[in-house]
Design a protein around this ligand. Structure first.
Ligand code: ADP
Ligand code: MG
Length: 410
């Protein structure tokens, strides 16, 4: 088993890039995916958020391009669900290839006409690695000036999220512009059956690498507060009194909810901003940057940023609402305790959310500590769930309801 980046046989320039980015040891998914990609295999990589999937595909890709510099046409296309993720991958790419002459471009929706024509110009000139969101890529492809005739790699990142967001047809459309003979890689945090179907259509005899069941890292301290809905807004600011928590991410399930939480915290003079899909692209980026650089202490967000977006060193994640399923829960709290850091995750469980939370606990096979409420909040309700006694029909009905709620939310 490889335990060291030097064992992959990467070009020297990549080793320098890794040093600069302080990557010392490969993660498990990297150890298992990188040699397969270097051997020319198609790969399905499934591992929970925060396990380093990005580098698992970027590093062998960059290495291949450095070692085979024979064309100036586009070599690789990375398709991702959101603008934020496109930007983030492009940034990592720049870091890794800082010492290598590789051209890359992130193209995504929004932005001005000028941005569009810049993208167009770069695409015509030929850029080696393109990172894109589906819709924007298709509008370029439809106009006929993109030459992907020598494309060697197709990468679908966060494939589960792309399908959730309804990008299936777009992905198929993009595929129709690509050479049949290519190496394809698919990454996902979860592996529902529709992902398997997608991979059967797109990949050729893929090697499947699956790293464990999605579970939050052990170093996250998880607690919950059982409250009446009306107590949530009183409890929230108290959770923020701990001044050692310098960076706090609060998740709300709906846009309206997020706006309301943000408004109340602002009224209480907290250093806070909000992020959701009503914000324009440049505003979202500015908000994210201020949060990342810790100018903003508290960020209130919808699930728009729960998957894939890399914000380091968050001290605490607060679920103002119980997430709709265990995967969402893991994705949300996975924002904290990255790498070696300790993190804390608090979930506020309203009376109508107790069953939902209990089902998350069942899936994680872990009972999460219920904290007693601070005196000023008053007494909360009991935590009463039907637990294992819940029969199958009820569970199915609940699952359907959750799925519906999820669809609405997205
Ligand atoms: P995923 O896509 O699996 O959710 P990312 O690729 O976004 O995870 O990586 C999560 C974080 O871990 C990022 O900040 C990334 O820079 C960091 N990281 C990934 N691999 C390593 C490594 N081998 N050493 C140190 N940090 C790493
Ligand atoms: Mg990722």
């Amino acid at each position: 088993m490889i335990h060291d980046f030097s064992s992959f046989g990467f070009d020297e320039k990549i080793t320098q890039g890794l040093d600069a980015m302080r990557f010392e040891k490969p993660t498990e998914i990297q150890v298992r995916v990188i040699p397969e990609v270097m051997a020319g295999q198609d790969v399905i990589g499934c591992a929970q958020t925060g396990t380093g999937k990005t580098a698992a595909f970027l590093l062998p890709l960059i290495d291949h391009i450095i070692k085979n510099p024979d064309t100036d046409k586009s070599r690789a296309l990375i398709v991702v669900p959101t603008r934020e993720l496109a930007v983030q991958i492009a940034q990592q790419l720049e870091g890794f290839s800082y010492f290598a002459p590789i051209s890359s471009l992130a193209i995504y929706g929004g932005g001005t006409g000028e941005v569009y024509s810049n993208e167009k110009r770069s695409l015509i000139r030929g850029v080696e690695i393109v990172v894109c969101t589906p819709g924007r890529m298709i509008s370029h492809l439809n106009l006929g000036y993109v030459d992907f005739s020598e494309l060697e790699f197709l990468i679908l990142d966060e494939a589960d999220r792309m399908l959730d967001m309804g990008f299936y047809d777009d992905i198929m459309k993009i595929l129709s512009f690509l050479p049949k003979k290519r190496q394809s890689l698919l990454f996902s945090a979860t592996m529902p059956s529709k992902i398997r179907e997608l991979s059967r259509k797109i990949l050729h005899k893929p090697v499947e690498i699956n790293i464990g069941l999605s579970k939050p890292p052990d170093q996250i301290q998880q607690v919950a507060y059982v409250v009446y809905e009306r107590q949530k807004m009183d409890l929230l600011p108290l959770l923020m009194n701990d001044l050692s928590m310098k960076s706090i991410l609060v998740f709300g399930s709906t846009k309206a909810g997020v706006k309301q939480i943000a408004r109340q915290l602002k009224n209480q003079k907290h250093n806070i901003e909000e992020i959701h899909s009503d914000l324009a692209q440049n505003e979202r980026e500015a908000v994210m940057n201020r949060f990342k650089s810790r100018q903003t202490r508290i960020l209130v967000a919808t699930d728009i940023i729960s998957r894939g977006i890399d914000i380091e060193d968050i001290d605490m994640v607060i679920n103002y609402d119980v997430p709709n399923d265990a995967e969402d829960y893991v994705h949300r709290i996975g924002r904290t305790a990255r790498a070696e850091n300790l993190g804390k995750a608090c979930t506020l469980i309203g009376t109508a959310e107790q069953e939902k939370f209990a089902s998350i606990e069942r899936l994680l096979k872990k009972e999460i500590t219920k904290m007693s409420l601070p005196g000023e909040i008053g007494p909360g309700p009991d935590y009463r769930t039907s637990g294992k006694k819940q029969n199958d029909t009820r569970r199915k009905r609940f699952k359907r309801r959750v799925a519906k709620a999820g669809a609405k939310r997205r």
